[in-house]
Design a protein around this ligand. Sequence first.
Ligand code: PXP
Length: 240
Amino acid sequence: MIELGVNIDHVATLRQARRGKDPDVIAAAKICELAGAHQITCHLRQDRRHIQDRDVELLKQVLHVRLNLEMAAVDEIMTIAQRIKPHTVCLVPEKREEITTEGGLDVAGQRKRLTEVVRFFHDSGIKVSMFIDPEVDQVNASAETGADYVELHTGAYANAASSDIMHELNRLATAAARAINAGLVFNAGHGLTVRNLPAVAAIPGLNEVNIGHSIISRAVFIGLENAVREIIEVLHRYSK
Ligand code: PXP
């Protein structure tokens, strides 16, 4: 079964718009879990624009499914992750001015440092995923660091003009095949929706997708439980 991680950052974005308690991020995570999500993903950004430290702590305490913490590989957040111990950390690039995570992490450009970061997390019993563009040299570099997973950035595919979609899918499939060959587990995420997911789900060896914006957006109209379930139905169809 291709597994689903639901990214709940956007529930926190709505809450932070009023700096109050609603909508409740923990309740949202539990609804996703009850609807069949295999994992909850959240991104503790350095600017704390949506998810707060307390959210991560509470999620770790109350979830039955895995907690995947997206984060920049910086000391402050590494120390928090080491204390809270999510199941996985997904290392992402982070720029303060960006609207969302733009582009993958340049693992090839910082192999030495990221190898140390992977060791730091492995010593704490936390698995490590690298969020990278679908490029073979980034996959190879990720394998060299000792990471457990790569999450291939599907944003270029999701935003491609129709004439470029096949090219972007081929890039994903090539990088995925290389990842599996190098002993990495292959995940995917960013910009995925109920409509563009099937072609990604059909790539051989896909382990998990992480989806946030489209699920939370559809939840406004059809409810969170239904929005999670319709993604799981697509994944069921493509799972071996
Ligand atoms: N995976 C990673 C590593 C991300 O940074 C994000 C965005 O926070 C997602 C998946 C989910 O992307 P989207 O919100 O576009 O579904």
